[in-house]
Design a binder for this molecule. Structure first.
Ligand SMILES: Nc1ncnc2c1ncn2[C@@H]1O[C@H](COP(=O)(O)OP(=O)(O)O)[C@@H](O)[C@H]1O
Ligand SMILES: [Mg+2]
Length: 264
């Protein structure tokens, strides 16, 4: 196994501007500028930044859905050129990510079915994934019968069923109420502790970052966003956000968040 799950070297991203076709001088700004980061295997790494700073862009580049403009992106030692089964992605909007016409277990087994894994082999994996997210009782339900939190559990279980070494989650709990959100955060920590997967988790919420991250990479403001700082959090789980330690951490992150990092 590789020591490093992710290596980002001088990664920059510029979207092609539609106006460029008509105005030769118009060039869209860099969204991400010179991102450098190494994430060791098994780390719970949080990306924190304001809306529009390029968090989803970076995750999509790592996932292989989007091309980078320059730099190098290595996943488990290999250059990323396309999506792969080593990376499982969980999106914010479960509604569009899971199939409404398939049951919970059919959704979870879908990827394996597409890979021609036999029914006999799929079943124990589906069962294990259902158990990991606490959905055993709901295996035969359809998405319309599930709450928002349960739909997110289906997405997480579906990713885990494909046994990726890296789980990529883009603001997965953003649409959930506060109580469900906390339950899901605790479940994700449990899953991470049980499976040892590398987790990349995006949020714009400082408290969520402080509750979850072993490392927290804070983005500077857009455009030309960079990672201002990566903060190490030496606290065990489950964390108490009202402890002195956590309050200090939140204040420290807040300082970086407000100023958007050192001047560029
Ligand atoms: N497909 C696209 N084409 C052009 N610009 C885009 C595209 N996707 C995102 N952007 C722009 O890139 C910036 C970063 O977007 P995004 O990565 O979604 O930010 P975040 O996830 O941090 O909210 C924003 O200014 C957004 O408008
Ligand atoms: Mg986003």
């Amino acid at each position: 196994m590789n020591e490093n799950s992710i290596e980002l070297k001088h990664v920059s991203k510029r979207y092609q501007s539609a106006t460029k076709l008509f105005q030769s001088k118009s060039i869209s700004p860099l969204v991400l500028k010179d991102i450098n980061l190494t994430i060791p295997t098994g780390e719970f790494h949080v990306f924190l930044g304001q809306s529009g700073c390029g968090k989803s862009t970076l995750l999509n580049i790592i996932a292989g859905f989007l091309p980078k403009t320059s730099g190098q992106v290595l996943v488990n030692g290999h250059e990323v050129t396309k999506p792969g089964s080593d990376r499982g992605v969980v999106f914010q909007d479960a509604e569009t990510a899971i199939f409404p016409w398939l049951t919970v277990q059919e959704n979870i087994g879908y990827g394996m079915k597409m890979q021609h894994v036999s029914e006999k082999k799929r079943q124990p994996i589906i069962h294990h994934s259902l158990k990991l997210v606490g959905l055993e009782e709901h295996a035969d339900k359809y998405p319309y019968e599930l709450s928002g939190g349960m739909k997110q559990r289906v997405q997480i279980a579906r990713s885990i069923a494909n046994n990726p070494s890296i789980l990529i989650l883009d603001e997965p709990f953003g649409a959930l109420d506060a109580q469900t959100r906390r339950i899901m955060q605790n479940e994700l920590i449990n899953i991470w502790e049980k499976t040892g997967k590398t987790i990349l988790f995006v949020t714009h919420d400082i408290q969520e970052a402080a509750y979850l991250g072993q490392k927290i990479s804070i983005f500077s403001k857009s455009p030309e966003s960079r990672i201002s700082i990566t903060v190490s959090v030496d606290q065990s789980y489950p964390r108490n956000l009202y402890s002195n330690e956590s309050e200090q951490l939140v204040n420290r992150i807040n300082d970086y968040f407000e100023v958007g990092g050192p001047a560029k």
